[in-house]
Design a binder for this molecule. Structure first.
Ligand code: DAK
Length: 266
């Protein structure tokens, strides 16, 4: 699929036609998320979610910066009432990214700070370049993370590590990010994009409905108690018996052994 905004494009990866790339491209401001970028990210997330030919997604900001945060210049002079309105856009956009019903990886090169780190946290996986720097520096601006950082980061790395990053606002280098589980893989800077694509391209031939169910079950289950989570799991599991891929997968196992099924994604 192709979708072109001024600052955000949806492209198809050159080698993997089922991998869509949400490319954030506002280099003069290190991809800072102003209202327009935010809106375009939400549109891109809706577009890749709805397009059945897209089987997985890469978020990429180019080599110098993933995203250096929300646009400080745009929000500096807002008052409380204006921020109540403004704040919806960014949270909604990142929620739209988190809810993309397909595997999503953030390819983090350079800075992923504040809202940029929060955008990466909305992905399923994070691949970082060796020189990448991640962090939530909002406290140095006199505020706190506002697009999921206080919620998604502790779920990922634990409360004490999250509080360390949020209270200090310090930048974390890629290696430390890997050690605390903030990123999943560190590669040479020039390999970030390719490594991220490789991480999700493998799902292109997978059972798309089951992958979406797996994602939703994990994510929703983390938000609730164990009993409710198990119920969400049971319902999704049962629902998959309405798919072609469940029949194909199980028949293939019985006739040809494990791991040989060719899925339609339906
Ligand atoms: N906003 C606006 N402009 C930014 C920016 C940002 N976050 N980050 C960089 N820029 C701009 C710089 O001002 C500069 O513009 P010009 O002066 O050239 O016009 C240009 O990008 C290049 O940046 P630098 O000259 O500073 O480049 P350096 O390599 O020297 O430094 C840096 C790179 C990333 C270390 C530095 O730019 C920096 O510290 N940037 C700010 C990082 C930061 O504090 N990020 C967190 C922002 S607060 C909300 C939800 C969430 C949020 C807000 C609201 N709601 C739900 C409403 C999130 C808040 C944040 O993210």
């Amino acid at each position: 699929m192709e979708l072109v905004g001024e600052f955000v494009r949806v492209e198809t990866d050159e080698e993997h036609s089922a991998v869509a790339v949400i490319r954030i491209d506002r280099p003069k401001a290190l991809n800072a998320l102003n209202a327009q970028v935010t809106r375009e990210i939400a549109e891109a997330a809706a577009g890749v979610s709805a397009d059945a030919s897209v089987r997985s997604v890469v978020l990429y900001g180019g080599e110098r910066a993933f995203v250096a945060g929300a646009d400080i210049k745009e929000m500096a002079d807002l008052g409380h009432a204006q921020m109540l309105e403004y704040s919806r856009g960014l949270q909604n956009a990142l929620t739209a990214v988190a809810r993309i019903p397909k595997p999503v990886v953030a390819a983090v090169s350079g800075y992923a700070l504040g809202g940029g780190c929060e955008l990466a946290l909305a992905a399923d996986f994070r691949v970082a370049g060796a020189k990448a720097k991640l962090g939530l520096p909002e406290i140095t601006l006199g505020v706190i993370p506002g697009a999921g950082g206080t919620q998604r980061l502790p779920r990922l790395v634990g409360p004490a590590r999250a509080k360390d990053l949020i209270f200090t606002g310090r930048h974390v280098r890629a290696q430390e990010a890997l050690e605390i589980g903030l990123v999943d893989e560190v590669v040479a800077d020039e390999e970030v994009y390719a490594a991220a694509v490789a991480r999700v391209a493998r799902f292109a031939d997978g059972p798309a409905v089951a992958l979406a169910a797996a994602k939703e079950t994990v994510d929703r289950g983390l938000e609730t108690d164990l009993d409710s989570g198990l119920e969400i799991e049971r319902l999704h599991f049962s629902g998959l018996f309405a798919t072609e891929d469940q029949k194909t997968g199980m028949r293939s196992f019985i006739e040809r052994g494990p791991g040989k099924a060719e899925f339609s994604g339906r």
